[in-house]
Design a protein around this ligand. Structure first.
Ligand SMILES: Nc1ncnc2c1ncn2[C@@H]1O[C@H](COP(=O)(O)OP(=O)(O)O)[C@@H](O)[C@H]1O
Ligand SMILES: [Mg+2]
Length: 230
């Protein structure tokens, strides 16, 4: 089933956070989800193996350039969704994962330097599209934005993406203490109720909106593919 990779060479833009939020939210909603942690920093593998979270999301670590394709294919044959958290720098693991993805999500803060990183990923995706002669759907997801205000630079970046015909998700992953706390507490959002987290319910709502949008994009892709085969 669908493989969704998270890529942006810039560190700290929220690749791992978005992958964990989506993975745990989809798993709690009853979907069979695996996160393949292909970042050598292994923050998601650490989250899974070091804490006591009861969230059912499966996380696979210790990914190398020689096993990444096999791992993705094995999990895609079993799970409803496979999420691949990628390292920042361009590498064989990164390009192999991209070549096997149905959708690349490019987390990006609404700041100009992050936009440069997003441009680099889009270039890499184009190369993989040429090499494998297939289209790879890629969309930007704005992360760490302020839920209360849209800044001028954010508006400019959104307008310029629109002008370039670059799609982005309607839902942002807002800046929320809860998302950071998932890593500190090694817990999912629902398990954070015992911690004193500001606006936890808003983070949960944001996470479920984001999961819903992802599910509907994947369903749309599936419908297109079925049409193509008729
Ligand atoms: N939406 C968010 N709200 C609050 N903190 C966030 C958010 N996204 C990321 N962070 C924090 O920013 C840091 C970097 O995020 P991370 O997901 O590790 O980025 P990347 O994987 O792109 O390097 C982490 O400390 C993370 O907890
Ligand atoms: Mg990361």
């Amino acid at each position: 089933m669908p493989v969704v990779s998270f890529a942006n060479p810039k560190g700290g833009v929220g690749k791992s956070t978005t992958a964990l939020v989506l993975g745990t939210t989809l798993a709690n909603a009853g979907h069979k989800v695996t996160i393949i942690d292909a970042d050598p920093r292994q923050v998601l593998h650490y989250w899974r193996t070091s804490g006591t979270s009861k969230n059912p999301v499966n996380v696979i670590g210790n990914v190398t350039e020689s096993n990444v394709i096999r791992l993705i294919q094995e999990r895609a044959a079993i799970d409803e969704v496979v999420l691949v958290d990628l390292e920042g720098t361009a590498s064989l693991v990164l390009s192999r994962a991209i070549s096997r993805s149905d959708l690349i999500l490019i987390p990006m803060q609404a700041a100009s330097l992050d936009a440069l990183g997003a441009g680099e990923v889009l270039g890499l995706i184009e190369q993989e599209e040429e090499a494998y002669n297939r289209k790879i759907d890629a969309r930007i997801i704005f992360t760490r934005t302020n839920p209360a205000i849209t800044t001028k630079i954010e508006r400019q970046i959104i307008d310029s993406l629109k002008n370039q015909g670059r799609p982005h998700l309607k839902t942002h992953l807002f800046q929320r203490q809860a998302y950071n706390a998932m890593f500190a507490a090694l817990a999912d959002l629902d398990e954070l109720v015992d911690y004193d987290i500001a606006n936890l319910n808003k983070a949960q709502k944001n996470a479920s909106d984001l999961a819903d949008e992802l599910v509907s994009i994947l369903a749309e892709q599936q419908a297109h593919e079925e049409n193509d085969h008729v």
